[in-house]
Design a protein around this ligand. Structure first.
Ligand SMILES: [Fe+2]
Length: 218
């Protein structure tokens, strides 16, 4: 399990660097943005979805976007059920052997100022077969300061796109998330934006702490 976690973490960080390249950000920017002062958080969740002869009576896993950063999902290789929302339509993600489904969470949407979107997904209940999945989450550290990358904001200003995403500490987002998980993500972003003035002194403290740490490590 330790080896599995280490490899998945390495893969997530490699993906973050590929995203940096794609977004025109300096290599390592996203990894740093996730780091906070204690490093990223990482976890694995195994899920089991038993079949139901009357799937219309239950909801399965309701539509939501994930709160964190990158989610690496090993799907069942035989039983489907996962769908994602694309251009207003639910699309099946078929079972695929020896493959990992990469899912982006809300924090990447904020940091990229909406260049990348967290994906809305759900799991429908099947009538035949038990679906197993293993999802590994690579999330920001609890005290990571999350905000749109200034470079992307500048670029978007030139394109006259408004700065729309809030600035917050990841653990505060996670306090809000459970209550608003199964609604659209926009109210979560708006709630964090509304709380920005309230968190101002806390944000300044975190910024100061991070600056001190980076000065010491130089
Ligand atoms: Fe999810």
């Amino acid at each position: 399990m330790t080896e599995f976690a280490a490899e998945i973490e390495k893969l997530a960080e490699h993906l973050l660097d590929l995203f940096c390249e794609n977004l025109g950000l300096e290599k390592g920017y996203l990894k740093k943005a996730f780091y906070g002062s204690r490093g990223p958080t990482f976890g694995t969740k195994v899920s089991n979805y038993p079949p139901c002869p009357q799937p219309e009576l239950i909801k399965g896993l309701r539509a939501h976007t994930d709160a964190g950063g990158i989610i690496l999902l090993f799907q069942d290789d035989k039983v489907g059920g996962l769908q994602l929302l694309k251009d207003g339509k639910w699309i099946d993600v078929p079972p695929m052997c020896h493959s990992i489904v990469i899912n982006l969470g809300d924090q990447l949407e904020v940091i990229t100022n909406g260049k990348y979107k967290s994906v809305e997904h759900r799991v429908n209940v099947q009538t035949v077969g038990t679906r197993m999945s293993i999802a590994s989450f690579y999330n920001p550290g609890s005290n990571a300061l999350i905000y749109p990358a200034p470079e992307l904001v500048e670029k978007m200003k030139e394109e006259n796109a408004p700065i729309q995403y809030p600035r917050f500490v990841f653990e505060d987002y996670m306090k809000l998330y459970p209550e608003l998980k199964f609604v659209a993500k926009e109210p979560r972003f708006e709630a964090m934006k509304a709380m920005e003035p309230h968190f101002q002194s806390q944000l300044l403290d975190f910024e100061r702490e991070l600056r001190i740490k980076s000065t010491i490590s130089k």
